[in-house]
Design a protein around this ligand. Structure first.
Ligand code: ZN
Ligand code: ZN
Length: 613
């Protein structure tokens, strides 16, 4: 059975993840990451193309007649300093777009997405006798800047490599680790980032009468913008207008010549997004005129992401397959869209007369004990109390998160690639939600935690025996080139840095230097990862989730004020977005298993009901 290979492949996925986490790369600079992905896919038998839309990687595995399923992950990290205290925390630094040196961290979990992508690709390649069709694997650059998906499409992704019948993707978030969250229809908001320069006429602070003060203009703009959502948007609609940056002047006794603002908006349909954009422009121009500005303001839309709108039917099917595998209690339906944004929807060709259906879901990453200890009684309150994406404290619970992500993506593909009925068996559910015996099960809705009860899930599936002649994982040959990787884009100097074969302990040991001085005993080779984490991980951070920049995904902050349209609601306005109106949218000579073994006989407690939003 295909899914039984999860246990086999998992240690390698885990090693790949830790390596990516330690070596994050900024948007558009995912060279090492892309190379690692390309190496893995090449050795797994995929036809591999690199340099698509920048550093993007495309892998194709043709396996007979059947649908084409595209799996997508994003690869980029963020310019921020990691403060998780994890043994494999990033200390990487790099150069941002402005030329400044910045710390880099995988604070949005794209390392997990990429690791699950290559793991699912490997697993499906190994189990190709169990399915038919074409698997298209896409590792995308620059999601955080909302540019990578569009760049890959513009680079001929579909004309060059084939058009998929469905596109699948996932994102980890602050929900309890291993929880899979689906939503039919609108899932994530449209967003825009707009810059505004307003011009005045500078002078001495003592003679304001001889100037036009751009600071006052900017202040009036900011204040007036607060009325847009309050007074111009229907109370039944979700809309956000945030002025996230204000910059003007250098000294108290100088009235500057200009002021600079950056404004971020969110909306769940295009009509509201258009209204926000129009209102911002009108207010900016009117305030400048009201103050007698000598020049028209400059208004520039810097980033724009459309609504992420899941195809309802396909989402239903994938969610059903996930339930069949994980169990009903671990797959939930999100009642409301989230205000984060993504460029994943670009792969659905919004605006195209024949858009491609897609399904995007969330996978929880918060350790269950952290979740249980978070303040609040409701899931939304707890979501606001645990480190979330883009927080320097965002520390996914590695094993349950990766297991769930790997399984969810693989099952998603098998939903379409046929002959899946006997492949999707609930044999791995408990693996994804294993809770340490010392931890109490998280108690949703503030209810008392259930006592761990007799396991209701089948015993762990036996691992399919790999045939000696066809080992599960191809060997690593750093010197080997990338077959089919003739598209350029990945510098040669990065080739050979893949750590698919990396010794997990070595990875940890490297980072653990200094941290393990007292107890190192000369080596961490035998170190138990759980022990390491228990020793090293900081207490759950009280730090609140950081504000969500343009690309921040899963639920963040307070509950969304506006509920989603009721089921079956008619479109907001004919021609604008509505749920039914999607945007027109080798040989493994030496596998390097991770040595930490699950403790046998420790069946996880199943909390029921585990989580209800
Ligand atoms: Zn992200
Ligand atoms: Zn992000």
């Amino acid at each position: 059975m295909v899914m039984r290979l999860v246990d086999e492949i998992f240690p390698l996925v885990e090693g790949f993840y830790v390596d990516l986490h330690k070596n994050p790369e900024l948007s558009h600079a995912e060279y090492r990451t892309a190379n690692s992905v390309a190496e893995w896919l090449t050795r797994t038998g995929f036809e591999v193309h690199t340099g698509v839309g920048g550093t993007g990687v495309v892998g194709i595995l043709r396996n007979g007649d059947g649908p084409t399923v595209m799996l997508r992950a994003d690869m980029d990290a963020l310019p921020m300093e990691e403060k998780t205290g994890l043994p494999y925390a990033s200390t990487a630094r790099g150069t941002d777009a402005e030329g400044g040196e910045v710390p880099i961290m995988h604070a949005c979990g794209h390392d997990a997405h990429t690791a699950c992508l290559v793991g699912a690709a490997d697993l499906l390649a190994e189990a190709r006798d169990h399915w038919r069709g074409t698997l298209m694997v896409v590792a995308q650059p620059a999601e955080e800047t909302i540019e990578g998906a569009a760049a890959m499409v513009a680079d001929g992704l579909y004309p060059r490599f084939g058009r998929p019948d469905v596109v699948l993707g996932q994102h980890i978030g602050p929900q309890p680790a291993g929880m899979v969250t689906h939503r039919e229809g609108v899932l994530m908001a449209a967003s825009e980032a707009t810059s505004v320069r307003v011009f005045g006429s500078g002078g001495h602070a003592s003679r304001p009468d001889a100037t036009v003060d751009p600071v006052v203009i900017a202040a009036n703009i900011i204040t007036r913008l607060q009325t847009v959502v309050a007074r111009e948007i229907s109370p039944s609609e979700m809309a956000v207008v945030t002025v996230g940056m204000v910059r003007a002047g250098t000294k108290s006794n100088i009235i500057p010549d200009e002021a600079y603002l950056e404004i971020n908006t969110r909306a769940l349909n295009t009509l509201v997004a258009d209204r926000l954009r129009t209102a911002i422009e009108r207010i900016v121009r009117a305030e400048a005129a009201a103050s007698g500005a000598p020049r028209e303001p400059e208004i520039t839309v810097m980033q724009q992401a459309g609504v992420t709108a899941n195809d309802p039917d396909h989402t239903h099917d994938v969610a059903a397959a996930h339930r069949a595998y994980f169990g009903d209690g671990y797959v939930i339906d999100l009642p409301e869209p989230v205000t984060g944004s993504e460029d994943f929807g670009v792969f659905g060709l919004p605006g195209d007369p024949d858009p491609i259906p897609y399904v995007y879901w969330f996978v929880g990453a918060t350790p269950h004990d952290v979740w249980a200890a978070a303040p609040g009684d409701t899931p939304y309150e707890k979501l606001a109390g645990v480190p979330s994406n883009h927080s320097p404290f965002f520390a996914p619970d590695r094993e349950p998160t990766l297991r769930a992500g790997l399984a969810a993506l693989t099952i998603g593909a098998l939903t379409y690639l046929g002959r899946a009925e006997d492949d999707i068996v609930p044999t791995g559910a408990q693996q994804a939600f294993q809770v340490d015996g010392a931890q109490r099960p998280f108690a949703p809705d503030g209810a008392p935690a259930h006592e761990p009860s007799a396991p209701t899930v089948a015993e762990p599936a036996p691992v399919a025996a790999a045939e000696p002649s066809a080992p599960l994982v191809p060997s690593i040959a750093p010197e080997s080139g990338l077959e089919g990787g003739t598209d350029g884009g990945v510098p040669d100097e990065n080739i050979g840095e893949s750590t698919q074969s990396a010794d997990m302990d070595a990875l940890l040991e490297e980072t653990g230097e200094g941290r393990h001085q007292e107890d190192a005993e000369g080596s961490t080779r035998q170190a138990n990862m759980a022990q390491l984490l228990a020793d090293e991980a900081p207490a759950p951070s009280p730090a609140p989730p950081q504000g969500a920049p343009v690309a921040a995904p899963p639920p963040q902050g307070a509950p969304i004020s506006a509920p989603p349209p009721p089921p079956g609601a008619t479109p907001y306005v004919p021609g604008t977005y509505a749920p039914d109106d999607r945007p027109a949218s080798g040989d493994a000579s030496e596998p390097q298993p991770y040595e930490q073994q699950p403790e046998p006989g420790q069946d996880p407690p199943r909390e029921e009901p585990p989580f209800r939003l």
